[in-house]
Design a binder for this molecule. Structure first.
Ligand SMILES: CC(C)(COP(=O)(O)OP(=O)(O)OC[C@H]1O[C@@H](n2cnc3c(N)ncnc32)[C@H](O)[C@@H]1OP(=O)(O)O)[C@@H](O)C(=O)NCCC(=O)NCCS
Length: 173
């Protein structure tokens, strides 16, 4: 059975591993290959230890999805710097082998519950324009907001924002 639970610093290495494996699975052909090859589980683990252990850290809040104690995916969320949408889904990654089983949707629902605890009732997410995951956000009712250019590994990439003004659609049921 899939369990969704808040992450803590003990999960840092498992989250970092999923994070990097999923980046490689998702962004091959989109993000420069040498950037993907240089991703380091050790460095990423240290970043996750920092954020998960420090309640003041912008990236402190996360949920993991696990099966039999193995982390299959995670979602990271917190306050947005956007003036209109108060919450931001900073990252959501499932291992390819665990995708399209409803777990991403479960993670987003938990994030929305987490936002309620922070007094946040709207959210946005940024996604690379070339990432098919845009279909996931559209399926969840995200509304296209705007696009911008970001640079990853020396390459300029388009990023698209989707927003939810009202998170009540995610309430359990
Ligand atoms: C995007 C992601 C988190 C979605 O999680 P998931 O567990 O695969 O999605 P779910 O199974 O919960 O899907 C929920 C709904 O969205 C749909 N959906 C999922 N991915 C989709 C896609 N790429 N395009 C269109 N619809 C999609 C599902 O069919 C499902 O629809 P339904 O309930 O009407 O049947 C996951 O696929 C993933 O980690 N992808 C790679 C990493 C990534 O791109 N992350 C986002 C970075 S911004």
């Amino acid at each position: 059975m899939i369990t969704i639970r808040p992450a803590n610093e003990i999960d840092a290495a498992a989250i970092a591993t999923v994070h990097i494996v999923a980046w490689k699975e998702t962004y091959q052909g989109i993000v420069p290959e040498d950037f993907l090859q240089n991703l380091s589980i050790e460095r990423r683990t240290a970043q996750w230890v920092n954020s998960l252990s420090d309640p003041q850290n912008q990236y402190h809040h996360a949920f993991v999805a696990e099966l039999n104690g193995q982390v299959l995916g995670f979602a990271n969320y917190g306050f947005s710097t956007d003036t209109e949408y108060r919450g931001e889904l900073f990252a959501i990654y499932m291992l390819k082998s665990a995708q399209k089983r409803g777990i991403g949707r479960m993670l987003v629902s938990e994030v929305v519950t987490g936002f309620a605890g922070l007094g946040v009732d709207s959210m946005l997410v940024w996604v690379l324009k070339e990432n098919p995951a845009r279909g996931f956000y559209e399926n969840l009712g995200g509304v296209f907001l705007r696009e911008t250019t970001i640079e990853i590994g020396g390459k300029a990439l388009l990023e698209v924002a989707y927003g939810w003004r009202d998170l009540s659609r995610f309430q359990s049921g």
